[in-house]
Design a protein around this ligand. Structure first.
Ligand SMILES: Nc1ncnc2c1ncn2[C@@H]1O[C@H](COP(=O)(O)OP(=O)(O)O)[C@@H](O)[C@H]1O
Ligand SMILES: [Mg+2]
Length: 260
């Protein structure tokens, strides 16, 4: 067994590079990371540093170029798309930065979709309950175009939780929201972390959100390091998606080695 039962996610010497014309871009330098079941982890770092690339590989949406990634005991790096899609359906919730709701489905249908794909018999009841939990119990028949950005993000959160994922990955879950909606969304995530024991792996520019996680790591030009200072950061900073402030600044890249 490659990982013990307390570890839900384990990454060993993981790299990602892509070929761009005649150049090879190294997006992720060898990364080692272990996340315990029930833990909350924030991945911070400047724009273009590789956070989304890493999150996609951890969630089994993309493959590493080398190295290992285990989710529970599934060796995702050895799995094909079909096998990874099975693991995602069983164990993973994902909140994308752009929500990615299906416009032709109502809020309730969007939430129910993963449960239906996983053949869960109680999709309707669970879908209704989750929509109520994110404060949208009366909006189930509305289409995404009839909902505000914050409401769409709440639908995306309800959808991410419907299959009772062991791990919830969220890419900038509060990045497109105003401050008070962002705080409400974060409350929901941590409530679910506490109530259901869902492991949270969040990519965020929002220092307050990062500070609420038990652990923080910093991505800098594809290199991942632990950050022990974040909890001391002033919580006065505002949430500004493409800017890094305060203590984060010292981790900012001075040279953009992968270009943009
Ligand atoms: N498939 C790809 N081909 C070429 N460049 C890519 C690809 N995916 C990501 N990148 C580049 O890799 C870098 C890291 O991207 P990303 O992981 O999205 O960063 P972050 O989420 O931290 O902003 C960026 O410079 C981006 O342009
Ligand atoms: Mg990103």
């Amino acid at each position: 067994m490659p990982i013990n039962s307390e570890t839900i996610l384990k990454v060993q010497e993981l790299t990602k590079s892509v070929q761009l014309e005649d150049k090879i871009l190294e997006l992720l330098q060898p990364i080692n990371l272990e996340v315990k079941a029930g833990e909350s982890l924030a991945i911070v770092g400047s724009s273009g540093s590789g956070k989304t690339t890493l999150l996609s590989i951890l969630a089994g949406l993309d493959l590493p170029s080398s190295g290992q990634v285990y989710l529970k005991n599934h060796a995702l790096h050895q799995f094909n798309e079909e096998q990874r899609s099975e693991v995602r359906a069983q164990h993973v919730g994902f909140i994308f930065q752009q929500f990615l709701l299906i416009n032709s489905l109502t809020a309730l249908e969007n939430v129910m979709l993963p449960a239906e794909l996983a053949n869960q018999p109680d999709a309707l009841e669970r879908g209704k309950a989750l929509l109520a939990q994110v404060g949208l119990g009366e909006r189930g028949n509305h289409y995404p175009s009839q909902l505000s950005g914050g409401e769409q993000q709440r639908v995306a959160i309800a959808r991410a939780f419907i299959a009772n994922p062991d791990v919830l990955f969220a890419d900038e879950p509060t990045g497109n929201l105003d401050t008070s909606t962002g705080v409400h969304i974060a409350d929901l995530l941590f409530e679910m972390n506490k109530d259901i024991g869902t492991t949270l792996v969040l990519v965020t520019h929002d220092e307050k959100l990062a500070a609420r996680c038990q652990r923080q790591v910093v991505m800098n030009s594809g290199v991942l390091t632990e950050n022990k200072t974040l909890n001391k950061v002033s919580v006065e900073a505002k949430n500004e998606p493409d800017e890094i402030k305060g203590e984060f600044a010292e981790h900012e890249t001075t040279t953009d080695k992968i270009g943009s």
